[in-house]
Write a protein that binds this ligand. Structure first.
Ligand code: GLN
Length: 190
């Protein structure tokens, strides 16, 4: 299995390090050919409007019909949404949710706080790193993977998932392990 990380801009290197620790093959995705070569894709945090400007048209087009699981992290979650607010911008529509950018405030209001993860049988507390994070303002029939207080901060459908915070910047590997399993399961089912 090979996991691709969209490498146009932003926080992509820590994902490579996390996945290497789990002995998973990785490669950076910069073109549609790179995208065809991977079994799952992480769209990392960074600046979603900049990624939109840098993304080649054919790669964007291919991602809107993604045949593989995609995990959007922070800016990546913004790009995966159905609809983006504050301000409105183009998105992939892979997850049935609306998302509000920079919803906790400006850069200096970024924070680290406890997130409760509902992946294992028992809820687990991990450190959640929120950097100019968005908020999920509406979601459809999705499973909730994590909450910060009353706020839903990670969701999934059968194929894709998003986290509005940065699991690659904390010690936990729970989300990287979970995505790897999700990719495996997805390919076994098709
Ligand atoms: N505020 C950024 C955006 O709107 C996301 C920040 C992040 O990815 N940490 O794209």
């Amino acid at each position: 299995m090979k996991i691709g990380i969209l490498g146009l801009q932003g926080c992509f290197r820590p994902h490579i390090e996390k996945l290497q620790k789990l002995a998973i093959d990785t490669s950076l995705v910069l073109s549609v050919d790179d995208f065809k070569d991977v079994d799952g894709l992480i769209v990392p945090g960074g600046e979603s409007s900049t990624m939109l400007k840098l993304c080649p048209d054919d790669l964007w087009q291919a991602m809107t019909q993604s045949p593989i699981p995609v995990w959007g992290v922070c800016a990546g979650s913004i790009l995966l949404a159905e609809k983006t607010i504050n301000p409105e911008q183009k998105s992939l529509g892979l997850i049935d949710m609306d998302i509000t950018r920079n919803a906790y405030g400006a850069q200096n209001e970024s924070f680290v706080d406890e997130v409760t993860v509902f992946i294992e049988d028992e809820p687990q507390a991990i450190k959640g790193v929120f950097i100019r994070a968005p908020k999920i303002s509406r979601y459809g029939k999705l499973s909730i993977l994590a909450k910060f207080a009353d706020e839903v901060v990670a969701v999934e459908n059968d194929q894709h998932m998003v986290t509005t915070f940065h699991p690659e910047l904390s010690d936990s590997t729970i989300f990287h392990e979970y995505f790897t399993k999700k990719v495996d399961k997805f390919h076994l089912a098709i």
